[in-house]
Write a protein that binds this ligand. Structure first.
Ligand code: 1CP
Length: 335
């Protein structure tokens, strides 16, 4: 059994596995070299030779317990016919929604369009570094976070447009379509070799209390149950959600990934499923002593429960690879 799977099923597991959110890409010079030659990000994600190589890059450098596929949550809108472009120093830019086109997307066309992602999973899962020893994490964006990008057509940064909720009909219809294609995407990832699925709900924190069931709990629960039906563990990352306890008791993931604003001691008191993450990615921009101090804090707080070491959001592009090396070794050596 892999270290992460053991941590999930074995309540007495006491060795902390580690992987890092957004570990593939961004801060590695070998990624930047490939990226510089491939200006079209979507095309890069759909080049299985390069995307599998990028997925493996961090595992060649560091003793991480999982690979996460080099892909993006916005491959879903791309797959159902909403154009996605990534602009330098701006982020994603999506075209206007053509609802009829989206509604009429055929399942086989969607799978065909995203086939290189499934091929990437096949290539990586049969690679020596990963096979039988490490998890291969597939992922999706949660329905809410995808809805945010699809309607807002760019990153919401801190807040949604005032007219975001204007067209309730469109929102309801879109959520259903997103869920249908997310299930297809999940099924194909698992059948191609993903051993765990993580659901990224990066904008969960933007939902008001009164809308939580409609936009977060119900759609996420449907997907969590779907993933579990394959006997595959599911990790949820509802970033900045106000009530992690209520989220866990309602949605019931196998692992809850906490963001860096969460007080780890409070979480320990309130939640009794395996926990992942928490460390502020900005700590990795500091010196080794600071990294050690903060990593140790998480290890000590979670020493008696199953805990997967990770960050509280994606690693920052300016992080030095040496610092990641130091962190991984420190966590692996800590008993
Ligand atoms: O480890 C990895 O890097 C694996 C691949 C990965 C993952 C898990 C990428 C590659 N993206 C993601 C998830 C993702 N994509 C999320 C959820 C996690 C999070 O909150 O960070 C989100 C919100 C996106 C959407 C996205 N993709 C943005 C917008 C962020 C925002 O502020 O709104 C951006 C800029 C991207 C592009 C992207 N995706 C991945 C990479 C390496 C990049 C940068 C592309 C480049 O080089 O320009």
């Amino acid at each position: 059994m892999t270290p992460i799977q053991d941590c999930i099923v074995n309540k007495n597991h006491r060795i902390n596995p580690i992987w890092i959110m957004r570990q593939a890409g961004r801060y590695l010079p070998e990624f930047r070299e490939i990226r510089a030659k491939n200006p079209d990000f979507i095309k890069l994600c759909l080049n299985e030779n390069l995307s599998s190589e990028i997925t493996l890059q961090p595992l060649k450098r560091f003793d991480l317990d999982a690979a996460i596929i080099f892909s993006d949550i916005l491959m879903l809108p791309h797959g159902i016919g909403q154009e996605v472009k990534f602009k330098k120093n701006f982020g994603p830019e999506l075209s206007l929604i053509n609802f009829d086109k989206i509604k009429n997307t055929e399942e086989k066309d969607f799978i065909n369009k995203l086939k290189p992602i499934y091929n990437l999973l096949k290539i990586v899962s049969s690679n020596q570094i990963v096979r039988n020893k490490k998890d291969l994490i597939g992922f999706i964006g949660a329905p809410w976070t995808l809805l945010v990008y699809m309607i807002n057509r760019k990153s919401p940064k801190l807040k949604l447009n005032d007219n975001f909720f204007n067209d309730k009909m469109l929102i309801g219809n879109l959520l259903n379509i997103i869920e249908k294609f997310l299930k297809l995407h999940i099924k194909n990832q698992i059948e191609s070799g993903a051993t765990i699925i993580q659901i990224f709900d990066s904008w969960a924190g933007l939902v008001e209390e009164k809308h939580l069931s409609e936009y977060i709990y119900n759609p996420t629960l449907n997907l969590v149950n779907y993933i579990k039906s394959f006997n595959t563990p599911v990790i949820c990352f509802p970033r900045e959600i106000k009530n992690y306890k209520e989220f866990c008791s309602t949605v019931n993931p196998d692992v809850i990934s906490i963001d860096y604003n969460v007080n780890p001691e409070e979480i320990l008191k309130n939640i009794n499923i395996p926990i992942q993450g928490g460390l502020d990615p900005r700590i990795l921009l500091e010196d080794k002593e600071t990294v050690k101090k903060h990593a140790l804090k998480y290890l000590q707080i979670f020493k008696d429960v199953p805990y997967i070491f990770n960050l509280g959001h994606g690693i920052l592009p300016e992080t030095k690879p040496e610092t990641v090396d130091y962190l991984v070794k420190f966590v692996k050596d800590a008993k």
